[in-house]
Write a protein that binds this ligand. Structure first.
Ligand code: 9WN
Length: 418
């Protein structure tokens, strides 16, 4: 952990820096992940941001979620980007013209989703600053978000699939290399904007982008109803879906509704993951088109530790994997187990440490392996003390990578410090 400095403790300095980043990213009703690289509202970013804002500006936390759910579609889907009309259309690629989608509210949005962290966020926002009216308003929205996933994305064996790597939140994870190899890359039709902000060696490749665009176009051209040639069951996405049902059970009880159906759905989703995605001490994604497991060594496979109903023997094996294969006792969680094919300490989701994954695992380990959880908490603080609120970090040296002043990094270290 960082040492105390002359101007107060190191924790105070981190807190002040985090609040500065969140305040600078606030746009009146939502927060941008990064002012240059990601100038709109992103779905799972907003959930993490709300969790941090709840610690110092709870009204902003509630408004963040309300704004995002204000752009929810009639079918319940929460789009992964809500475009800010005040930002030039070409500031981010692919922008609103590419996605060509509108929510009933009139907001321009994308048409894909991201991991459903929002019910957990709503529960934590309420716990930090109780507001029954907020919970009552957001509850049916959160239920509709889950219903969309069940209706549109559930396979016969009870798992949810994502239809685009961007839906995983871990865009260029090596887990997707196999299924993506079957997708023909297409010309982008416009310039990548990300490379104006971040070095190419820290971002997905051009070939990745050609495939991302081909898949997004194929889905778009069916009115976002039938997906292109990519369908995978991801343990991170499925774990967050099941965790959302557990959070919804608590929210339902607070709102005077029956928590039973949510509890049962959480248990059912957990059992489906254990039955189909767990092998040799880790959860693995599965290609829903071929039925094959995708053994990549992705840290997504540890995130089911957040599930309260995980069988204890599996929780113990996963904890062992976190310690032995990912080395979390050293304080960092690499996004890919070191030594796995494709491991790269600087390139995006292929090795660097991300604060959101560390935070999720920290929560999962707190009651199971408190020493490992404390090491992760110390490691998150050490990373931002060394390099600032960067988007991701070298898991060995803690050097910063990606953009600066990244909102969920700031938000989640505030939560760790609370
Ligand atoms: C595509 C905003 C988002 C995060 C994702 C992260 C990155 C976008 C991009 O940025 O993805 O959605 O342009 O690379 O991978 O997890 O939500 O911070």
């Amino acid at each position: 952990a960082p040492a105390a400095g002359p101007a107060g403790t190191a924790a105070d300095g981190i807190r002040r820096a985090a609040v500065r980043v969140l305040a600078a990213g606030w746009h009146g009703a939502h927060t941008v992940p990064s002012r240059g690289l990601y100038p709109h509202q992103w779905s799972w970013d907003s959930a993490f941001i709300a969790i941090g804002n709840a610690r110092w500006a709870p009204r902003r936390a509630r408004l963040e979620l309300a704004t995002l759910f204000g752009a929810q579609w009639a079918d319940g889907r929460v789009p992964h980007i809500v475009f800010d009309p005040a930002v030039p259309a070409d500031a981010y690629f692919p922008g609103p013209d590419f996605w060509a989608a509108r929510a009933p509210s009139g907001a321009a949005t994308s048409g894909i989703v991201q991991p459903p962290v929002h019910a957990l966020a709503a529960r934590l926002v309420h716990a930090a600053d109780p507001c029954p009216a907020f919970l009552r308003r957001i509850y049916p929205r959160l239920v509709a978000q889950q219903e969309f996933l069940r209706a549109a994305r559930r396979t016969p064996d009870g798992l949810l699939v994502i239809v685009h790597p961007w839906e995983s939140g871990m865009d260029n994870s090596p887990a997707w290399d196999g299924p993506l190899a079957a997708v023909a890359a297409e010309p982008l039709g416009a310039a990548r904007r990300d490379l104006a902000h971040v070095a190419a060696g820290e971002r997905p490749t051009d070939r990745d982008y050609g495939r991302y665009i081909a898949l997004a176009r194929a889905y778009r051209d069916t009115g976002y109803r039938r997906a292109g040639a990519f369908a995978v069951a991801d343990p991170l996405f499925n774990a967050l879906y099941a965790a959302a049902e557990s959070a919804l059970a608590e929210i339902a009880a607070e709102c005077g509704h029956d928590p039973g159906p949510h509890r049962r759905e959480a248990a059912r989703a957990t059992a489906a993951m254990v039955g189909h995605l767990y092998q040799d001490g880790l959860f693995h994604a599965r290609d829903a088109r071929t039925g094959r497991p995708l053994h990549s060594g992705s840290a997504a496979g540890l995130i089911p530790l957040i599930l309260p109903g995980l069988p204890p023997e599996i929780a113990a094996e996963l904890t062992r994997a976190a310690l032995d294969r990912f080395g979390v006792a050293g304080g960092t969680l690499p996004s890919l187990a070191p030594g796995s094919p494709g491991f790269d300490r600087a390139r995006y989701w292929r090795g660097p440490s991300w604060i959101n994954l560390s935070w999720l695992l920290w929560r999962g380990l707190r009651h199971r392996a408190p020493e490992a959880a404390d090491a992760l908490a110390g490691g998150m603080l050490a990373a931002v003390a060394r390099s600032g609120m960067r988007e991701y970090f070298d898991p060995v040296t803690l050097a910063g990578h990606g953009c600066h002043d990244f909102a969920w990094t700031a938000a989640l270290v505030l939560d760790v410090l609370a």
